[in-house]
Design a protein around this ligand. Structure first.
Ligand SMILES: [Zn+2]
Length: 240
């Protein structure tokens, strides 16, 4: 299917440089239809946009020039980057989302996404672990693209981080589990928490964001053995 161009007026007027583009952020639209989503992403009053939207048939609509900063991420952090719009390409996937009936992403939609991401990766030399979901960079506010998003599949194309399943037992003192888990998350790139203390509500949101991404069949908000183990293996892969 041919790609479309349907430009949004919502972007920062200042042009950025090729080398400023370091991340790809993936979202779902969370609206009833593609048309509604495009209307919203073009509405000057809404002040939101993304570079691309991919519908369920796999058709890609370009909405903002890649060298302009689109407004998709909002307040966000990853590693030492604050507010990732400036550094990223935003891609919206058509999906009704949790509010209107969360759907499995269609194969053809994911195929288009992978093709687009591969070309962006090459063009801007984007690092493997710089393909992220909205919930990774804004875990207290956002849950998209959600647990159906196939991160494991994308990682096979070096788009996004994944872990190797290992048969290992990690023994930690119960009192240390929170600290170790969040230390691992910090190494991976997650922010919005303190290593020393945390509130249950905030902690749960961040644990859930991590599980949405890496343990999508078990999004509990609790740091169980498996969750801890995955965080440990990911953090190790980052530093080595
Ligand atoms: Zn989003």
């Amino acid at each position: 299917m041919r790609n479309k161009i349907d430009l949004s007026p919502n972007y920062s007027k200042k042009t950025r440089k090729h080398k400023d583009i370091k991340f790809v952020i993936i979202h779902y639209t969370g609206m009833q239809s593609e048309i509604e989503s495009i209307e919203r992403l073009k509405d000057p009053k809404k002040k939101v946009s993304s570079h691309y939207l991919i519908n369920r048939k796999g058709q890609i609509t370009m909405m903002v020039n890649e060298l302009k900063t689109a407004w998709h991420a909002g307040k966000s952090r990853w590693k030492n980057f604050i507010n990732l719009n400036r550094y990223s390409i935003g891609i919206e996937l058509e999906n009704k989302g949790y509010e209107f009936g969360y759907q499995k992403f269609s194969n053809i939609q994911i195929k288009s996404l992978i093709r687009l991401c591969k070309s962006l990766k090459k063009k801007y030399k984007i690092k493997d672990d710089h393909f992220l979901g909205h919930s990774d960079i804004a875990p207290l506010r956002k849950i998209d693209p959600g647990e159906y998003f196939p991160w494991k599949k994308l990682s096979k194309y070096n788009l996004g981080l994944w872990y190797k399943e290992k048969n290992q037992k990690i023994n930690f003192k119960k009192s240390k589990i929170r600290y170790i888990f969040f230390q691992n998350l910090y190494k991976i790139g997650y922010r919005y928490f303190s290593l020393k203390t945390g509130t249950i509500k905030k902690d749960k949101k961040i644990i859930k964001a991590f599980q949405l991404r890496f343990l999508p069949k078990r999004v509990t908000g609790n740091i169980d053995q498996k969750t801890l183990k995955i965080s440990y293996n990911l953090a190790k892969a980052i530093t080595s």
